[in-house]
Design a protein around this ligand. Sequence first.
Ligand code: COA
Length: 161
Amino acid sequence: MNIAKLWMAPGGLHIEPAQASDAETISRLHAQGFYRGWPREDFAAYIAGRDTPVYVACDARRKIAGFAMIRLAADEAELITIAVDKGWRKKGVGIALMRAVFEDLLMTPARKLFLEVAEDNPAALRLYGKLGFKKLSERSGYYSRDNGQPATAIVMARDLG
Ligand SMILES: CC(C)(COP(=O)(O)OP(=O)(O)OC[C@H]1O[C@@H](n2cnc3c(N)ncnc32)[C@H](O)[C@@H]1OP(=O)(O)O)[C@@H](O)C(=O)NCCC(=O)NCCS
């Protein structure tokens, strides 16, 4: 029996694994959240990949409000990216996406979740701090801003389960 994965989220949304047809919307949402966007084809490949689960927060008509993407590698996992539509931010969708990720990762061998976050991203720092991620190190000049300025990445991790 194939049991569908589904997690509840605020605002009448729910979270479920992304489908191939979501790649276009996810690429657009990602471009809204980050200076360097990734093409639809990249997301289509991630959605199809076994080691790169992608989750969407969407309404009953599957209108997507946010997404998160992970990479699995042996007993570790990495948060590759997460973004919430501007109209849906600060409503708990980011937290709900991350909690769905934690729960789903319990079904994998991953025991630690890593991520990188720009030091000048207060929304993401607040989100990860609330969820128990701890700073491991810094990577100076890891990001480059649209004005050409470098930005430092903070490497964080959290135990799973
Ligand atoms: C980071 C992001 C995913 C957060 O999503 P979200 O749905 O707005 O997050 P939530 O509503 O679940 O909020 C989580 C916490 O962060 C806080 N927060 C959200 N946006 C914030 C902001 N701009 N400044 C300060 N705190 C913020 C919330 O208030 C909440 O804390 P609280 O419960 O104590 O009030 C969203 O801002 C986004 O898509 N940003 C652009 C892409 C990005 O930067 N991704 C992360 C890359 S590492």
